[in-house]
Design a protein. Structure first.
Length: 441
């Protein structure tokens, strides 16, 4: 049933985009936005820029662009800032990341040169394989949070942005389970003041952002804003949050293939996934503690999609293995191999082999753009903002955040339906159910 559109403030003025971690993903995103602004390239892979949304009956033939359907900030209104443990500006960092060609980077150099990373809140206990020197100094983690808040206030004064969002594009931190210090905001703030060892840098950035009323998205698999203390802060302040771990590369393919196999009730005995990659992300993931965080994130998708409890004969005995190997010659152009041992009618075995010559940051950059614009939409919409977790953005994540009583939805096509139905809901349009019996009356 159609209803009245939901209240959304218009996207007036500039939108500040705050990014801890100015590495391959962040710089590919920033350079890409600038290239699109100048008409040098297309924002391929971005739902907000190129996607359409069907409205009403199929016979109505209404399918506007999403960016014309909901009030999103324009690309010309985005202003970037970031932090990194290395002092390279966005141009230098992009050259080192080696994702984009030098011709394109030269074309957008003017803008990238201006984006210099602010000193990072960093702790090598959480990311062993990094040795940068562009670091904040402070006696306590609370002081670090305050310094980040000062950075943000100064950025706002300097640029005159009206609203901001923060997207964590920093390295994957060491694996951590929720601990008592994460259980409530009071415990967390006490932990910040007492330098509690289980408060990771990404949490300090998230705390600083939320305290200043800024929505937060987590692009890495770290616990970060999943910590109940930070969720409490987000809910209290009516701030949208989402995460975690951008859905790119092998997991993207997994969440495309697995729903198809399950739809046709094809069994799976084994799924072996291995990757070689040679970028800084790969170097960080060479440390077992960081890899563990990534592994947990990558493994969970299949389990939820296949529902072995409902289909024990098909999926109960699935052996699922994920490996990531650091192999410098490949740089950002990773290669992911998948071997699927499947079985069909009467149990007859078959195999599928996938060899994905993938460019991770090319797949991640449009995700960052969409998250920036959708999080900003959510912050201008009181009905969405007060919910805290934005489950409708699961589409973009390997380990989607959801309410504690729910299991996460991993199926890419259900996620897309959820996202688009959320947009229809916001604009007072009918949900699309695909029932379609009325066409035959
Ligand atoms: N590339 C992808 O497709 C993809 C997909 C899913 C998730 N991710 C995650 O996104 C993140 C970024 O990926 P990337 O390929 O750009 O990696 P990257 O190594 O190129 O960039 C990460 C940057 O974060 C910086 N950093 C680390 N800790 C920091 C801190 N505390 N404060 C500020 N900066 C810090 C590092 O110095 C580095 O420059 C990683 O966590 C990665 O696992 C990437």
């Amino acid at each position: 049933m159609a209803h009245k559109p939901v209240k959304i403030e218009p996207p007036e003025g500039k939108l500040g985009v705050l990014i801890p971690g100015m590495g391959a993903v962040a710089t590919t995103f920033m350079a890409g936005v600038e290239a699109v602004r100048r008409g040098l390239a297309l924002p391929i892979g971005s739902l907000t820029q190129m996607g359409t949304i069907r409205l009403g009956k199929r016979t109505e033939k209404r399918a506007p662009l999403i960016k014309d359907f909901v009030p999103l900030a324009g690309l010309n209104d985005l202003v970037f800032a970031g932090w990194d443990v290395f002092p390279d500006n966005a141009y230098e960092a992009a050259v080192k990341a080696g994702v984009l060609e030098s011709r394109l980077l030269e074309d957008v150099r003017g803008v990238l040169d201006q984006i210099r990373p602010m000193p990072a809140a960093f702790d090598r206990k959480f990311v062993k394989n990094l040795h940068g020197r562009n670091l904040k100094k402070a006696k306590t983690k609370m002081e670090l949070a305050e310094q980040i808040m000062d950075d943000i206030r100064q950025f706002k004064r300097r640029t005159g942005v009206d609203r901001m969002v923060m997207v964590w594009c920093g390295s994957t931190e060491a694996f951590m389970r929720p601990a008592p210090v994460h259980a409530s905001l009071a415990a967390f703030e006490k932990g910040l003041r007492q330098n509690h060892p289980q408060i990771a840098p990404s949490m300090i950035y998230a705390y600083a952002a939320l305290t200043l009323g800024i929505p937060f998205a987590n692009g890495a698999p770290n616990l970060t804003v999943d910590a109940p203390a930070l969720l409490e802060l987000a809910r209290r302040k009516h701030l949208p949050v989402c995460g975690k771990d951008f859905k790119t590369g092998q997991t993207l393919i997994k969440t495309i293939i697995a729903p198809g196999l399950k739809a046709r009730l094809i069994g799976l005995r084994g799924w072996f996934s291995t990757n070689i990659l040679g970028n800084r992300d790969g170097e960080v993931l060479d440390d077992p503690a960081s890899f563990r965080t990534k592994e947990e994130s990558k493994l969970s998708a299949l389990e939820y999609i296949l529902q072995p409890d409902l289909y024990p004969q098909l999926y109960r005995d699935l052996y699922h293995k994920v490996r990531i190997n650091y192999y410098p010659p490949r740089g950002d152009n990773k290669e992911g191999w998948d071997n699927l041992d499947i079985f069909g009618w009467l149990g007859y075995p078959m195999q599928i082999k996938i060899d994905f010559l993938c460019r991770d940051s090319i797949l991640a950059a449009p995700i960052v753009l969409d998250l920036v614009l959708f999080l900003d939409l959510a912050q201008r919409c009181p009905e969405m903002a007060r919910k805290g977790i934005q489950e409708w953005l699961s589409f973009y994540f390997k380990s989607p955040m959801c309410a504690p009583s729910l299991y996460p939805e991993h199926d890419l096509f259900i996620q897309l339906m959820k996202l688009k139905n959320t947009l229809r809901h916001l604009r007072g349009e009918e949900m699309i159910t695909h029932l379609g019996l009325e066409y035959y009356d």
